[in-house]
Design a protein around this ligand. Structure first.
Ligand SMILES: Nc1ncnc2c1ncn2[C@@H]1O[C@H](COP(=O)(O)OP(=O)(O)OP(=O)(O)O)[C@@H](O)[C@H]1O
Length: 743
């Protein structure tokens, strides 16, 4: 058979699958219509069931719609089986309940990704189908067991490299799924068991994010009953990054994940404000947990002497020893500060009521107890004395007080932070909360108990974000009728998984996925494991891209405090993004600073050489920028371009490129050109990248700078251009490159 006739065969199969998809859509739409128009009213149970079914059908429809593009992408010819098996985005059965398409996550699909010529696992041939708009446009075959193929089959081998085809398409500003071309080493990670901590270390572009997202989809599918109710928490470095990846899970039919940045982990707060690296480092240390504990304990104080208090016209005494025993009892309860205060205050009020009764000439309070308690409560002296002894406070106020009052910080941090470190924290304090305050607030909320008023009121941006997540999650989470009914019972119909999770500081998720995990501080790990007490987690990152690159840092040293050595480590070494020519330059740069870190090989051999443009000074460089951008726009042929520069240069660059279709930060993803900092560039990729003034990014070789420049160097899928007005270490590497090439 020729390629065209092979394509015809596959087209017939594809037509059959799409026909079934259409049929199921129609059936589900009819069912949904019937449920929706069924008699309104009925008792609560009926309403609950009806709504549960409506949601089920809506979810089903979304799943079916989501499978429209690329419904079927693979075929397996299994030795000794007459009919081939087809693999797709979802599973389908025909009217007789015969399986006609296997979901990529089902056990039966494993061999599609795992089998190799060395270990064919009973597969004679694996076929990738390239499709567009319900048409088969290409076929690629891997023959895994040549002996198992007959002569005709052997002569019909064809293919254009589905993987390379996928890799060389233009970037769209949003990450897509890789379900058709998952590689065996990636698949092995995706399908690992749910429990325990799995760390995936890999250089830039090795598919860590892709693997983490497909693993989340896999776990939601395979362990739906265990984790769909609680959901998956996915934490990424920035809102730009979350926007970049937000479509992957819905495209896989899964929306049971809540996507947050570290600045959004505390309900009511949504911040990307950053501290200086020195302050962030101190705030991130695990010893801060002890500082905070001491700080709260300091709000439980025994007075130096007995305290005289006026209650109406009487004088009573709050005895020091009574305060001490009430405090000890309250502490022994193990309740958080604000909850334990109730027991503390009640105990003391009883004693004071006895005293007051005696002052009034009564033997005991007796029936007048409520009246006496009212008197005590309305006494300013009593309120002040009890508050001084056990001060009710919320997390935000407690943190502000710790970071702004030297004596409070000193009292809490004695022997834990040096006087110089304490001064650093006090000197650098800011009005707004920062990303590194988030775990401190959460820790305080844990120590204090009930949510404080001031953090319940969400500010507008937080609400908007929550709504965006809710919009996304509401639609496709595969919620069972039972779950939905339970949810209705408890919360009413308006609460979706994401909404509840975002509102509730004590919400616990079924699985945690952390991307760019090398960036997290010990305090951030504490908040994450508090959200996922089962410690079922997929942690992906690259130590080399860290803003705190340091030769001694390993995943063991990062996780030791939380899970000891109980984590599995998988390493990915092949980059699917950056061409080898650019990777060589990035490797060389990295190796200079961190010779122990593993170098990355690229799947894309060759590629155009990175280009360096040197200028006499910064203004000359900025003047030349529009021409460089124009050249990249034309070379990218409609693809995406990033201009990456240090924060301080963003404004002048924005002026220089004002005539182009560009956007800054998160809006950059919706324009042809994104103007971003290395921090914002984390995890993203573009067809072409222009780095402006690498010396400013590298900041004289500071650890943060090296990681940042390495990130910037590895964002391109095609072309890299560097503009500089000062000679730097990177410039030297360019000449080395040229020499190497000349040789
Ligand atoms: N098996 C695959 N098939 C097709 N494309 C793939 C595959 N694996 C990875 N890619 C693509 O390679 C690119 C890099 O992947 P990804 O962003 O997941 O890498 P990463 O390791 O997270 O990178 P970084 O550390 O730089 O953030 C993406 O465009 C991704 O879609």
């Amino acid at each position: 058979m020729t390629e065209t006739s092979e394509i015809r065969v596959e087209q017939t199969k594809l037509d059959e699958l799409y026909a079934r998809l259409d049929e199921l859509r129609e059936e589900t739409t009819t069912r949904l219509g019937t449920v929706r128009t069924s008699e309104v009213g009925g008792n609560h149970q009926h309403r609950t069931e009806r709504d549960a079914f409506a949601t089920l059908y809506e979810d089903q429809l979304i799943r079916l719609d989501g499978a429209e593009e690329g419904l079927c992408f693979g075929r397996l010819d299994i030795v000794d089986e007459d009919d081939p098996t087809y693999i797709g985005r979802i599973g389908l059965t025909d009217e007789q309940r015969q399986q006609i398409l296997i979901d990529w996550r089902a056990p039966a699909a494993e061999r599609f990704y795992q089998s190799t010529a060395a270990n064919p696992e009973g597969i004679a041939r694996r076929r990738h189908l390239v499709t567009a708009n319900r048409k088969v446009t290409g076929i690629e075959d891997d023959v895994l067991d040549i002996d198992a193929l007959d002569d005709t089959q052997r002569s019909n081998l064809q293919g254009e490299g589905a993987l390379l085809a996928a890799l060389t398409t233009h970037r769209t500003g949003r990450m897509g799924d890789i379900v058709a071309t998952i590689q065996a080493e990636q698949d092995a990670i995706i399908r690992r068991p749910l429990s325990g901590v799995l760390v995936v270390q890999g250089g830039p572009g090795t598919g860590k994010t892709a693997v983490a997202l497909h693993r989340a989809a896999f776990l939601l599918y395979r362990h739906r009953e265990r984790i769909a109710k609680s959901g998956v928490l996915l934490v990424g470095p920035s809102t730009v990054f979350l926007k970049y990846i937000e479509k992957v899970l819905p495209s896989l039919g899964e929306t049971g994940a809540v996507l947050l940045t570290p600045g959004q982990l505390y309900p009511g707060l949504d911040t990307d404000a950053a501290d200086t690296p020195t302050v962030a480092e101190i705030k991130g240390r695990s010893v801060m947990a002890r500082v905070l504990k001491n700080h709260i304990a300091n709000y439980q104080r025994i007075p130096d002497d007995d305290v005289e208090m006026r209650v109406r016209s009487h004088t009573i005494v709050l005895r020091r020893r009574d305060v001490q025993s009430a405090r000890d009892r309250a502490r022994r309860s193990g309740d958080p500060h604000n909850a334990a205060r109730t027991g503390f205050v009640t105990g003391l009020l009883k004693i004071l009521a006895d005293d007051l009764a005696r002052e009034m000439g009564l033997d005991a309070p007796g029936e007048r107890l409520p009246e006496l308690l009212d008197d005590l409560r309305s006494s300013v002296d009593v309120r002040r004395a009890l508050n001084l002894a056990w001060f009710p406070i919320g997390p935000a106020a407690a943190l502000r007080s710790l970071l702004s009052r030297p004596h409070k910080l000193q009292a809490a941090a004695r022997k834990l932070l040096t006087p110089a470190e304490q001064s650093t924290l006090l000197d650098q304090r800011r009005d707004e909360f920062t990303v590194d305050d988030v775990p401190l607030l959460d820790e305080l909320a844990e120590l204090l108990g009930s949510a404080p008023q001031q953090t319940q009121a969400r500010d507008d941006s937080a609400r908007e974000y929550a709504e965006a997540v809710v919009d996304m999650t509401e639609t496709g989470g595969m919620v069972s009728a039972e779950t939905l009914a339970a949810r209705w019972e408890e919360q009413g119909p308006a609460m979706t998984l994401a909404e509840r999770a975002l509102e509730d500081r004590e919400w616990t998720y079924g699985h945690l996925v952390v991307d760019e995990a090398q960036e997290l501080s010990p305090m951030q790990w504490r908040i994450l494991f508090r959200r996922v007490p089962s410690k079922s987690a997929t942690v992906v990152g690259d130590l080399a891209q860290s803003s705190q690159v340091d030769n001694a840092r390993t995943w063991s040293s990062i996780l030791d405090e939380f899970v000891g050595d109980r984590f599995a480590l998988q390493v990915l070494t092949v980059s699917y993004r950056t061409p080898q020519s650019v990777m060589d330059l990035a490797n060389r740069y990295l190796h200079r600073h961190f010779p122990q870190l593993e170098l990355v090989e690229s799947v894309r051999q060759g590629g155009s050489d990175p280009q360096l443009d040197s200028f006499a000074d910064e203004s000359e460089m900025l003047a030349a920028l529009p021409e460089a951008v124009a050249a990249e726009v034309s070379a990218a042929e409609g693809g995406k371009i990033a201009v990456i520069a240090d924060e301080g240069l963003i404004e002048p660059i924005a002026e220089a490129v004002a005539d182009f279709d560009f956007g800054r930060s998160v809006t950059g993803l919706d324009h042809q050109i994104a103007l971003i900092t290395p921090q914002q560039a984390k995890g993203l990729e573009f067809d072409s990248v222009i780095i402006v003034e690498p010396g400013r990014i590298a900041r004289l070789g500071s650890e943060e700078g090296v990681g940042g420049l390495y990130v910037a160097l590895t964002r391109t899928t095609e072309r890299l251009r560097v503009l500089t007005s000062v000679s730097t270490e990177l410039t030297e590497l360019f000449s080395a490159e040229a020499v190497r090439q000349a040789g």
